[in-house]
Each structure stands twice: as C-alpha cells, then as structure tokens.
Design a protein. Structure first.
Length: 259
C-alpha cells in the first residue's frame, strides 16, 4: 500500500466533491420521480437550477414550421416562464425567429445565451432577446436533446444573472433530460386516464383564448361581461391545475378539450 503522502493532495477532496454532487443529483431525480404533475416536475427542476440564479424554466418539443399557435403551445410541457412574456412570444410568432430555438433545431450542444453569435445574423433575434430581458430573462442556458422518437427538445433556464459552473452542466443536463422525460410520461398518462370536464362556457372562453383574444375581446364575442369571462378563465385554470391561461390552453389542447 502506498504511503498516504504519495497520493495526490487533491484526491480525497475531489472524491468527496464528486460524491456530494452525485448524491445531490440522485436526490433531485428522486424528487422528480415522485412528482404527480408537470408543475411539480418544473418546481423540482427549478429548486436545483435556482442555486445558479435561475428564476424561470421552459421546455418543449420543437414543433414543425407549419404549426399553428395552438399547436406550438401544445408542445410546451414544462412552463415556469413569465406568463406575459409567453403570451407575447407566441402571439407574435417569435418561435421560429428565436435564435435559441434555431440552435436547438440544429442540434446544438448546450449553450449560454452569452455565446450566441452576432444577432445581426438572426432576423429579429436581437429584438426577441431584448424583450425577454424585460421580463427578467436576461441571461440563459439552453439544452437540446432528442426524444426516443427523434423529436428535438429544447429546455431553457433563465434569470437576471446565471452562474452555472462548468462542472455542474453535466449534472444539470442529466436532471433536465430526466425531468422532461417525466413530464412526457405524465402528459401521456393524463391524456389516457385523466378525464377533466369543463363547463360549456369554460370551454368557450378557452377556445377563444387559444386564438389569442384578450379577456375583453372574449367577453364581447360571448356577449358577457369582462368580469364574467375572467371568472370562467380562472375556473378553467383551476380545473386544469395550471397557473396561467397560456398553459391552460396548452393543457386543454393536449387533452382534446378544445380543437
């Protein structure tokens, strides 16, 4: 047996750090495995990424270029993103002009938003990134991976300032991929076994919301007050177990409640 002095001075410390990282990774994966809803999955992922300055997370399968706004929303599975920004983003058709989405579609390696090349090469790219910053999404990190069906997935974390040490990126990629896989499983289970009934009026307001109409415009179309329309939207969100109307539309679309 070699004398202890002949061992590298850093070996024990490095081993302890590696073991701690591994234990923490499995602990977060266990939290994700226990999740009952996509909201729970996102919260578990955010609790891990929050240590690095993350305040928002968004993940979904990249839809085909011909996808409508509703179809784009239905591809979102993890949504811890500012609701107002999400609404603006999909309403204005930013998805296919977003430089981060273009890099994901190309199968890029994980990248920091700081590493994106000259935004002059991306029509509208600078505007999109500047607008995102207005909602606290100033710095971000995006991961790209494939599902078993070879569908391209993008997962982004963002905040005012991110500090993710290089050594943590592999652990985060593992946790992120695991979280997205769990979200997919939950969505499939919901689609098969979850039977949620919406009232005719709740269905109506979500149908109009899916077309991008405001509460006031929905009320006008249905001949009801804005307060009543907003009440129906709140009730639909509660029934679907989501926090914002954008997510409610995506969930209703995924469950076949609206078309």
């Amino acid at each position: 047996m070699l004398p202890s002095r002949s061992r590298p001075a850093w070996s024990n410390g490095t081993t302890r750090n590696w073991r701690r990282t591994l234990d923490e990774t499995y602990a977060f994966m266990l939290d994700i495995q226990r999740s009952k809803t996509a909201k729970d999955v996102g919260a578990a992922l955010l609790s891990f990424a929050g240590r690095f300055g993350t305040t928002s997370i968004l993940a979904g399968i990249i839809p085909p270029p011909s996808a409508s706004r509703r179809e784009q929303l239905s591809h979102v599975l993890l949504d811890h993103w500012p609701a107002e920004w999400t609404d603006r983003y999909f309403s204005k058709g930013y998805l296919y002009r977003d430089p981060t989405i273009r890099l994901v579609a190309q199968g890029s390696q994980p990248f920091s938003w700081r590493e994106i090349g000259s935004l002059g090469d991306w029509p509208g790219g600078r505007r999109i990134m500047d607008e995102a910053a207005e909602f606290g999404l100033r710095e971000g990190l995006t991961f790209s991976f494939l599902t078993l069906e070879r569908q391209r997935v993008g997962l982004s974390i963002a905040g005012e300032r991110l500090e993710l040490p290089p050594g943590e990126q592999d652990a985060f990629l593992l946790i992120a991929a695991y979280a997205f896989g769990k979200a997919v499983i939950l969505a499939e289970e919901n689609g098969q076994t979850r039977r949620i009934g919406l009232s005719p009026r709740q269905n109506d307001v979500l149908q109009w919301a899916s077309l991008g109409l405001s509460v006031e415009a929905i009320a006008d179309r249905l001949g009801i007050s804005s307060h009543t329309a907003d009440s129906h939207l709140r009730a639909a969100r509660e029934r679907l177990g989501v926090q914002n109307t954008v997510h409610a539309v995506a969930e209703a679309f995924r469950l076949g409640l609206i078309a």
